[in-house]
Design a protein around this ligand. Sequence first.
Ligand code: FES
Ligand SMILES: [Fe+2]
Length: 447
Amino acid sequence: MLSHEDNELLCRVGRGTPMGNLMRQYWIPALPSAEFPNPDCPPKRMMLLGENLVMFRDSRGRMGALAEACPHRGASLYFGRNEECGLRCAYHGWKFDIHGNCLDLPSEEGLKKEHFEANLKARAYPCRDVNHMVWVYLGPRKTPPPLPLFEVLTLPPEHVAQPNIMMEEANWLQNIEGDLDSAHLDWVHRRLEEHSPKPEKGVRGFWNPEAPKPPKLEIVPTEYGAYYSARRRLTNRDDWHRINQFIFPFHTMITSGDGKVGLRSFVPLDDGHAMLIHQIADPVEPLPPGAGEAFANRFDEIGGYIERTHDPRSYFMTRYNKRNDYGRDLQVQEKLMFCGIPFVVNLQDRAMTELMCNERGEAIYDRTQEHLTSSDAMIIAVRKQLLDAVKKLRDTSEVPANVDDVALDKVRPVTLRLPIDADWKSASELARRAVAGNPSAAEVPRP
Ligand code: FES
Ligand SMILES: [Fe+2]
């Protein structure tokens, strides 16, 4: 349970809020590179941390992100012309480059024009286009910190899949808490019998012979966030350890048991919407042809995405969503799965977290109402880490260590089979380090 004040501190991300300030210290993944297929292609609207942006690829192929409102009189730069290394506002023709410099101000002449051009800046945010994803820095520094050293950013592009993205119509924190909650595996993702056939849509679900016994959680807070083991008994000699990572400000790494590495980012568009951006990579060899695209298109089997509107909060909105009960099939729920919603990417998780709301009906869960147990230990630990970081930044201007020391981000999640009562921390130490060329440890295969 959290106080109302702490809940607000953690959930609100707009400009000037303490959590918004913390997130703005970091590079933020925004849109797939494929959204901007060539130089001077049409700009796109985007929203990050409550700010309306227009993103574009200029004539030299560089990515830019400008505040959507033109500095002249606020027309949307989305309607601008993307030409000759800049975006020209459709209203009166003012033109800005990716750095926000004013390249042309045709509504003045002579010295006045020169003066305006030299002194006027559009609000511009630096972008980096790496391994199929464009990252944006919305922070206060003139020179941004280095990009984080996540493997999906440092491996060669042919090792890295295109991002799979799901919009969630809920506050970012309840979505990421779902990712850090190992206990739900045995419930919402469970199949009813060990040998239940696979449903028509989605995967078969987890099977844990020990369920409903909860996993034993052990948490280790770190400079970059926290990691933990969820331990389940496999045999009378072995335990199954799922060791997962939380990394400031909104990333997780969840072991998949298939040898791949990955990054999952819960990126807030505003307080009521966040994208789950998931990229995977093979640390040993390039992905087979087509595998990266197939990963990005994993919602195809449930009808893909609905058509976008003018609002970025409609991007990556799956056809199955809260307005149609996420495609729940009651027959499947009766015969095959604990929950009849297709187990496709995080759709089941989203159904659980998206409808949590406060008394005003906002999709921001009121954590004064909850009752936590020992199976929520990682969630409690991550909230504490986040609250400490937010308050430290607010009160002392100190940022978490992994803003600048990006080598701290070189970590992995792991699945290990260890003897009962083994020291899982030392046994997993090497496997938790991200080393290119080393396969990801996955001793218990995907269920
Ligand atoms: S509002 Fe953009 S040029 Fe006038
Ligand atoms: Fe889940």
